[in-house]
Write a protein that binds this ligand. Structure first.
Ligand code: NAI
Ligand code: MG
Length: 515
């Protein structure tokens, strides 16, 4: 590994920051933008990808078989780090959706709901083990199709995917114990719509509890990240999961809409934007379909003066720059107690200037590619609004790759509660920093958002943690850590962040009727 620390060598590797405008962004070099940063050069350490078999075309997975879409239409899935086309993906229309729902209904009626829980559990264990066997390949595919770093897809996403199947496999034959005194029944056909930020992990969050509870599924991945779900379909075939138990249909919004509007769907589970979530709420009103929504967030991380600052800054950094900030529970607001403000800002600035942005398949990369041009434009537009509204942007000088969608790790100071960057989900590597004086003020500021998904508290005092977390209106609160996930732990939000819980025992409940 070549580490060049002398100022001369640093100058060689540093290079001028490329204006973000050249990258499709709207950010022009601005007086209020501070540039800094000295970087070490690391030798390239790319994960091998030449053995990965990407099909030129992926079809729909219906009733245990891959089949061409009714319309004959396909769309491209690209690699956001290169803008190169990876594969063509079938576009499902209402006809295909109907075939998938019918297959799921037959499988529910004839096979899956009749099967003993311990038998269903065996299939889930088998799937979990196959995911583990193919974890490396799936991680590379996930990084290629979605832009996330291999470090994350390999060390976080894939182990959690397997863990979710293992965990819910264990519940399949114990449902009666999960809800003592009640008799649980499956609901029927579950329509599941997932986003592009954790493609396989969201598929696992949705499928594993639904299947353990005896439901059959029609899953729709996001249009920019469909490939790994279709490789998961191959795993289902290998596991000899009965035909129709899981069906995977690909396409964009209209495909999702046709799925949720299908008459024969019993349950809808959605993760994505608040705007689509609201549309779904209207679509199911007056029907018997049950609904769970996991929507956006604007989480606050609160640093008190007595916190271990280095540890806190490390947690803040992973909380917002992790997965390019494409995380609904990202700690996108930072509330710092006034006495430690300058120390925190200094540490944050130093830390982000050492983050490496670039090839997602390189094992040293900290920040990969933004998932799509649309998302990059959205980030740039919100950053521009922050500058317009008078906040100060701190952004290291970075050389971004020529092709692909990139955004450097950034943070804003001088943010007020009314700024759009303090209110709206940015879904990118951009943090809004604000200050507070008293714990009361911290709580009030943290809760001052339409969302309520997650929050973080950093302090040395256990009693303070308990006092603060009980008053934060967020579904998940981490203390002295951030973004930690486990299949046994429930996850979900309040208000505009949605309703219903995924994970743990709580995650089974939305897939069961209790007599
Ligand atoms: P989106 O909500 O449009 O997409 C999520 C899923 O819903 C995708 O599979 C999409 O095809 C599907 N979908 C879109 N329109 C639909 C409709 N009318 N009926 C049924 N399904 C539909 O999110 P998008 O446009 O990709 O991202 C926009 C913003 O949403 C992001 O910038 C971010 O702020 C937020 N978001 C939040 C996520 C979360 O984890 N809570 C995940 C993805 C995005
Ligand atoms: Mg893609």
């Amino acid at each position: 590994m070549a580490r060049k620390k002398s100022p001369v060598a640093a100058a060689v590797v540093l290079r001028e920051a490329k204006p973000l405008a050249a990258n499709g962004g709207v950010l022009a070099p601005n007086e209020r933008r501070l540039n800094f940063g000295e970087r070490w050069a690391y030798a390239p350490a790319p994960e091998q990808s030449d053995y990965i078999e990407i099909k030129p075309r992926y079809q729909l997975f219906i009733d245990g078989k891959f089949r061409a879409p009714h319309s004959g239409r396909h769309f491209d899935s690209i690699n956001p780090a290169t803008e190169g086309k990876l594969a063509e993906i079938a576009e499902a229309d209402a006809h295909d959706v109907d075939l998938a729902v019918q297959a799921a209904r037959r499988a529910h009626r004839n096979v899956w709901s009749k099967m003993a829980g311990r038998e269903r559990g065996k299939f889930l264990y088998r799937i979990a083990r196959l995911v583990q066997e193919k974890a490396r390949e799936l991680a590379v595919l996930e990084s290629m199709d979605g832009g996330k770093t291999i470090k994350e897809s390999r060390d976080i996403d894939l182990p959690l995917v397997a863990a979710h199947f293992f965990y819910y496999a264990g519940w399949a034959d114990k449902l009666a114990y999960a809800f003592p005194g009640r008799t649980p029944h499956s609901l029927g056909v579950a329509a599941q719509i997932i986003p592009w930020n954790f493609p396989l992990l969201m598929a696992a969050w949705k499928l594993a509890p639904a299947l353990a509870a005896g439901n059959t599924c029609v899953l729709k991945p996001a249009e920019t990240t469909s490939i790994t779900a279709l490789h998961l379909a191959e795993i289902f075939q290998q596991a000899e999961l009965p035909d129709g138990v899981v069906n995977i249909i690909t396409g964009a919004g209209p495909t999702g809409k046709a799925l949720v509007e299908h008459d024969d769907v019993n349950k809808i589970a959605f993760t994505g934007s608040t705007s689509v979530g609201k549309m779904l709420t209207r679509a199911v009103a007056g029907t018997k379909k049950s609904l769970t929504l996991e929507l956006g967030g604007k989480a606050a991380n609160i640093i008190f003066e007595d916190a271990a600052l280095d540890q806190a800054v490390e947690g803040i950094v992973s909380g917002i720059y992790f997965n390019q900030g494409h995380v609904c529970c990202a700690g996108s607001r930072l509330l710092v107690q006034e006495g430690v403000f300058s120390a925190v800002i200094r540490k944050l600035r130093d830390r982000i200037s050492s983050l490496r942005v670039g090839n997602p398949l390189d094992k040293n990369t900290d920040i990969g590619a933004i998932n799509s041009r649309v998302q990059l434009d959205k980030i740039c537009e919100l950053v521009e609004s922050g500058l317009q509204q008078g906040a100060e942007l701190v952004q290291p000088r970075l050389r971004l790759p020529e092709k692909g969608y990139w955004y450097p790790p950034s943070f804003f100071t001088g943010v007020t509660a009314s700024h759009r960057i303090a209110q709206e989900e940015i879904f990118g590597p951009v943090l809004s920093v604000m200050t507070f004086r008293t714990p009361e003020e911290a709580i009030e500021r943290a809760n001052n958002t339409p969302y309520g998904l997650s929050a973080g508290v950093w302090t040395d005092k256990g009693s303070k943690i308990f006092k603060i977390v009980s008053r934060l209106r967020a579904g998940v609160v981490w203390a002295n850590t951030y973004n930690k996930f486990d299949p046994t732990s429930p996850f979900g939000g309040y208000r505009e962040s949605g309703f219903g819980r995924e994970g743990g025992l709580h995650g089974l409940r939305p897939y069961l009727a209790l007599d």
